[in-house]
Design a protein around this ligand. Sequence first.
Ligand code: GTP
Length: 361
Amino acid sequence: MKALILVGGFGTRLRPLTLSMPKPLVDFANKPMVLHQIEALKAVGVTEVILAINYQPQVMLSFLEEFEPKLGIKITCSQENEPLGTAGPLALAKEKLLEEPDKPFFVLNSDIICEYPLSEMLDFHKVHGGEASIMVTQVAEPSKYGVVIMDEESGQINKFVEKPPVFVGNKINAGIYLLNTSVLDHISLKPTSLERQVFPSIADKGQLYAMVHTGFWMDVGQPKDYLAGLGLYLDYVRSNSPSELAVGRNIIGNVLVDGTAKIGEGCLIGPDVVIGPGCMIESGVRLSSCTIMKGVRVKRSAHVSESIIGWHSTIGESAQVSSMAVLGEDVHVNDTMFLNGVMVLPHKEIKTHFLKPEIVM
Ligand code: GTP
């Protein structure tokens, strides 16, 4: 069985992290986002994952070289010359997908973190017998997503309403699909949207079904949702493999620490914190609801909360970083600085306080 992961797009909402790395390779809970998906696909018997890319091919190819042998699954790239949106990449990879014409294939958005109920989806697809299945999830604020209007009993989808200004329903497209290869007949090799063009036409034929996913789900493509998703993911780890989480007198709630990170005396860490490989957390540091990526140094008595600290950055002694601050790669915050909600582009040194949200260019 094959799968295609949409790993193109520009990841503008997750800047400045995506200025150093394509969004699917940005770490989430200490591994590239797309790795969570490839592992889940492998677990249900997918034998080849096609990564549909449209920029920075070199970075993606080095990822492949590193992870293909480690994971023991075939990973190939399908590269666009121009961004083909969410459907065009399927037409580009048509030949590969048609190597197994009688088997359905998965399509995933690269920024979705959930329990990946892919084996349930295979069963669901078989039972309804339609051409396409999409996973939907219920959210409190449907207005920023594509809402699906469906028959609650059969799951058959009647229509899609993209970002509805008034309430029409709260089940949204969760960005995970299982499609028969016949769907490829409806997609041409040009920039096209699955959600806006292809799915509505399959729904018109009564061939599109929605499987409601009730477990945790988050599109982690922007900082606020990334951190919210991290909290949900760590709760899931707590329920399913608690031994992965850190324990100790200085740990509060769910905390994931890479084995190569060092944590000094008198720190207080958690809840909902991830500390990456090679990080150095000095004494008396306070961390809560944040991700500290690979190679970061947090100096003595610094505080970081509700923020994402990009690779190889430094937080100065007694500095405070809070309120959805996102620091790009290799940012150096001087001692005693206060940063509130600020976005800092890569390779900068911060010598001034930023007390309200700003972008440091
Ligand atoms: P933003 O710029 O922050 O909106 O992010 P994005 O460009 O990733 O867009 P969005 O989150 O809407 O994309 C949904 C999924 O489609 C993600 O997995 C993207 O990686 C992927 N995607 C978006 N546009 C393209 C494209 O032109 N080509 C390919 N191959 N994938 C795409």
